[in-house]
Design a protein around this ligand. Sequence first.
Ligand SMILES: [Zn+2]
Ligand SMILES: [Zn+2]
Length: 125
Amino acid sequence: MNIPLLNFLFPNMCCICKRYGNYICDDCKKLLKRNLPECYICRRLSPQYSSHTQCRKCCSLDNVFVGWEYNHMSSSILKLYKYKNVREISMGLSPPPPPPPIQEEMRGVLIRWNILLHVLESILI
Ligand SMILES: [Zn+2]
Ligand SMILES: [Zn+2]
């Protein structure tokens, strides 16, 4: 099977904006939002996407990398990859860009939010 001929007859199309060229165009790639590194069990911040020791159970994973926020764009990409067997779409996404630096004022908000969650958990349990 000649892939370039197939690409000529049936050109790739951005799964988000439907522009011809790639499965994900550069403009739409910029709109994908990175996730902050968090523990996949409790969803609180955690360096290197590792699960907290206190959150782990016997079969928990040590680290789970969730690269992008789940929304209609990442959902479209996942559906193409998973259900339409478009494996090339992963090439357009790798390597992932480094996570954005957490600014000091944002870090303070996140720490206060985590403390508030701890307090609420202790009240509710
Ligand atoms: Zn696009
Ligand atoms: Zn945790």
